[in-house]
Ligand binder design. Structure first.
Ligand SMILES: CC(=O)N[C@H]1[C@@H](OP(=O)(O)OP(=O)(O)OC[C@H]2O[C@@H](n3ccc(=O)[nH]c3=O)[C@H](O)[C@@H]2O)O[C@H](CO)[C@@H](O)[C@@H]1O
Ligand SMILES: C=C(OP(=O)(O)O)C(=O)O
Length: 434
């Protein structure tokens, strides 16, 4: 298990480039299974989750070629269907959350998919009902094999249908869309998730020959086609990384420019940081964050304490709440952080309290943060990263703290952040991997 040793108290200065979006690329890579032709994908981040998924596709028989520093081509011409039933494949799937999105393409193209319970962050219950019910609505049969602990999904020919999802699940929507593009007839998905990840997937599929309308809304209409073909795709910058850098700059009183952020795809994220009092400017497609000695959390118009809560898109992504919580610990004022979607994502606040932060954990979903206004620095500590976003939030806390901190289990951070210490050290951080 690797660790980071972080010398706190150093300001950052300079430019940083966000990587390609993890949650988008996981969908895009799965979608390449829908055609036997070559699909080339640019701006693929070099992170653990993505590399594991690429490796899984190779083992499935997909021809994967590295064409450039962050460009890969995928050609799913000779998929090894027997391997897809092997225990080895199923075991690998279970350590990777993104692998759940193999179901849609596999059922659509090969009529069969096997899947064990997928991995990912341990951040509370993460049900898959929306995926399963959606694909069942298209006519697939589901069977749970108790002995092997796997789901077996089969369908001779998927048929388009109307469905109203019980929740706007991001990967669930992606899975159903990928199944529906090759179904007979028209599928309508209401209460579909419409995060930029899903929008980008739909645009890719349309370039492959699919007929999807309603992109960016919660009502998608998909006219099934017989076949899809090869194309090119460029992954958007990772909006969660952009948000993480904004928070990091504020916490460490740093002046940084985040380059090529695809501002129009950041939704409510910049405004949410502004509500914490953080100044940031859009400069072309960059975000400039000036060095700020202090930032003051807004109150609601009636004067009451502000709440920052997650919501499905175009609301605030839950993946940034841990960062916002940490940033609030040095703000002027108080805020209630309400993590509605996940029930075990706020427990890492215990570690921040040990570092000197003023936080009251009200229940597993809500924490009140009383900011120090930089009047009291967090203390360096021995920390461990419970999940990817708490991991980056703890890294931010350690970078702003007095003294040295150690964060263990940084594989969690590596799942989603490419060479994070190299990129941050280049602009003034002091982080060592041991
Ligand atoms: C690989 C990937 O893309 N992972 C992202 C994806 O996970 P994933 O697609 O697994 O997450 P879902 O959108 O299915 O749901 C996340 C959680 O929120 C709950 N929920 C969801 C929708 C809703 O309307 N109400 C509700 O309560 C679900 O029950 C679940 O506990 O979306 C999540 C929500 O943005 C992000 O945190 C994850 O980073
Ligand atoms: C929760 C996340 O990832 P995953 O869905 O892959 O566990 C995340 O990216 O914040």
């Amino acid at each position: 298990m690797a660790s980071f040793v972080i010398e706190g108290g150093h300001r950052l200065c300079g430019e940083i480039h966000p990587q390609g979006a993890k949650n988008e690329v996981l969908q895009i890579i799965c979608a390449t299974l829908l055609t036997e032709e070559e699909v080339t994908v640019n701006n693929i981040p070099d992170i653990l989750d993505v590399n594991n998924l690429i490796q899984l596709l190779r083992e499935m028989g997909v021809t994967v070629a590295k064409k450039g520093i962050d460009t890969y081509s995928f050609k799913a011409e000779n998929v090894d269907l027997a391997y897809l039933e092997s225990d080895e494949f199923l075991k690998k799937c279970s350590s990777l959350r993104g692998s759940v999105m193999l179901i849609g393409p596999m059922v659509a193209r090969f009529g069969k998919a096997l899947i064990s319970k997928p991995g990912g962050d341990k951040i509370g219950r993460r049900r898959l009902d929306t995926h399963f019910v959606g694909i069942q609505n298209l006519g697939a049969d589901f069977r749970y094999d108790e002995e092997r602990g796997i789901y077996e999904i089969t369908a001779k020919q998927l048929r388009g249908n109307y469905m109203l999802l019980d929740e706007a699940s991001v990967t669930g929507t992606a899975n159903i869309v990928m199944a529906a593009v090759l179904a007979k007839g028209t599928t309508t998905i209401y209460n579909a998730a419409c995060e930029p990840y899903v929008q980008q997937l739909c645009r890719l599929l349309n370039r492959m020959g699919a007929k999807i309308s309603g992109i960016a809304s919660n009502l998608l209409t998909i006219e099934g086609v017989d076949k899809l073909h090869g194309t090119q795709h460029t992954v958007l910058p990772d909006m969660i990384e952009v948000g993480s850098f904004i928070g990091m700059a504020a916490m460490t009183k740093s002046e940084i420019t985040i380059k090529n952020v695809s501002y129009e795809n950041l939704g409510i994220i910049p405004e949410s940081f502004r509500r914490l009092g953080i100044k940031l400017e859009q400069r072309g497609d960059d975000i400039y964050v000036p060095a700020q000695e202090t930032y003051e959390i807004e109150s609601f118009i009636d004067g009451s304490i502000m709440t920052i809560a997650d919501a499905t898109w175009p609301g605030l992504t839950p993946d940034l709440l841990s960062v916002m919580l940490v940033v609030a610990t040095q703000a002027k004022g108080s805020v209630l952080i309400h993590q509605k979607m996940f029930e075990s994502r706020l427990f890492f606040v215990d570690k921040l309290i040990d570092m000197g932060a003023q936080i009251i954990l009200c229940d597993p979903h809500r924490a009140v943060v009383i900011g120090h206004n930089h009047g009291f620095k967090l203390r360096g500590a021995r920390l461990t990263s419970p999940d990817i976003r708490a991991g980056i939030a703890l890294l931010i806390a350690a970078m702003s703290a007095e003294g040295t901190s150690t964060i263990s289990n940084i594989e969690q951070i590596d799942r989603g952040y490419q060479n994070i210490e190299g990129r941050l050290n280049a602009i003034g951080a002091r982080i060592t991997r041991i």
